[in-house]
Design a protein around this ligand. Structure first.
Ligand code: SF4
Length: 364
């Protein structure tokens, strides 16, 4: 039955970008950068077939590479239907994936949301994004969480501090913290200053990581096929207790004071306007649709619509997919330096300029 036809394993997904592509193994959480011409040698049914513009030697090299990386197996092409593709289904077993409190000035808002969670609102993660607050208030918040988390569906709690106003020392010395409170991120925390916390489960990190983060697994891939992987399932509460599906605009109409029960929150989540950004896939976003990392990307930037109706971002991502370089990497250029202009009026791509730059960057 077997032949020397090579077929990609179903869990190995080819993702084509502008300059290069990846083969993303969503089961083993690994990936390889490959030339676009290799992806052109993969048929719709995921068999490896020489493309007319690829020469024999390159094709043989591609085959060897795919075998050595264990991305392919030998199989009879006529029996391809025995290896169907995955169905692009993403199922969420929670109502809210992560609930973000932006600043905490007093605890009543947190208490009310915890009450809804106790009533059966399923929330997976809590995130507290704090610029500055009194350590006494933080202490009260930790006490509240220590007492209440046991009665909830919450799996983890994360703190993000925009500066260190003594919070590092506070968390390092604290010994009675619920195991679900497991991550503290502080902007500009220098690694040499990091010390071991009294609570073994608690990790204290610097936020200064590059943006976006990369996540490569089954769930993230299938979510990315249908949704924006950051905004899908996210919910934000501002210091005035206004709820929103995004962190930049809060409509007083959605004040927590108007919510009487868990059902009121669920009704809010069903509103079309509360799901606007969750449906903005990277495939539908200018620049990102040209990026080979689009199914691994966890991007916190809020998308905007340009005048042609496409989604775009005001702030540039740290990765430039037109030249395959990250910011701070040698040879990195901004989009504009490459002749790519994306703004509220649309997008212009100077392919000639990009090609010149890539010849210079990748000449070997
Ligand atoms: S361009 Fe940046 S934000 Fe867009 S998909 Fe690529 S890595 Fe993600």
């Amino acid at each position: 039955m077997k032949s020397d036809e090579l077929k990609l394993y179903t869990n190995c997904i080819p993702v084509k970008g502008y300059l290069r592509s990846v083969i993303q193994d969503i089961q083993r959480s690994s990936f390889s950068f490959v030339p676009n011409s290799l992806i052109d040698c993969i048929s719709e049914s995921k068999f490896v077939k020489k493309h007319e513009y690829v020469d024999e030697e390159s094709f043989n090299n591609y085959r060897e590479f795919l075998i050595s990386e264990d991305y392919v197996f030998a199989w009879e092409m006529s029996l391809t239907e025995r290896f169907p593709d995955y169905k692009a289904v993403f199922y969420q077993s929670y109502h809210i994936y992560s609930l973000h409190f932006i600043e905490v000035r007093e605890l009543s808002i947190v208490k009310k949301m915890l009450l809804f969670i106790e009533q059966g609102l399923i929330v997976k993660h809590l995130v507290f994004v704090i610029e500055e607050c009194r350590i006494e208030l933080l202490e009260q918040l930790i006490d509240l969480l220590n007492n209440q988390l046991t009665h909830t569906s919450i799996e983890s709690v994360q703190f993000r501090f925009k500066k260190d106003f003594g919070v590092q020392n506070y968390f390092l010395s604290k010994s009675n913290i619920d195991y679900r409170i497991n991550l503290v991120e502080i902007v500009s925390l220098e690694s040499k200053k990091r010390k071991k916390a009294n609570c073994d489960h608690l990790q204290i990190h610097s936020i200064n990581e590059r943006n976006p983060k990369m996540v490569n697994n089954f769930l993230h891939y299938f979510e990315s096929v249908q949704f924006h992987t950051y905004f899908n399932g996210k919910f934000f509460v501002n210091p005035q207790g206004i709820l929103s599906h995004q962190p930049e605009e809060f409509n007083p109409k959605y004040s927590i004071t108007n919510l009487k029960s868990k059902q009121d929150v669920l009704d809010l989540l069903q509103l079309e306007s509360f799901n606007e950004f969750s449906k903005v896939r990277k495939e539908d976003t200018v620049i990102c649709k040209s990026c080979e990392l689009r199914h691994m990307c966890l991007d916190e930037r809020l998308p905007k619509k340009n005048s042609t109706g496409d989604w775009y971002h005001i702030v540039e991502c740290d990765y430039n997919p037109f030249i395959g370089k990250w910011k701070k990497e040698s040879g990195y250029r901004t989009l504009e330096e490459c002749g790519v202009y994306s703004n509220e009026n649309g997008i212009i791509i100077d392919n000639v300029r990009i090609s010149q730059i890539n010849q210079e960057l990748w000449k070997e």
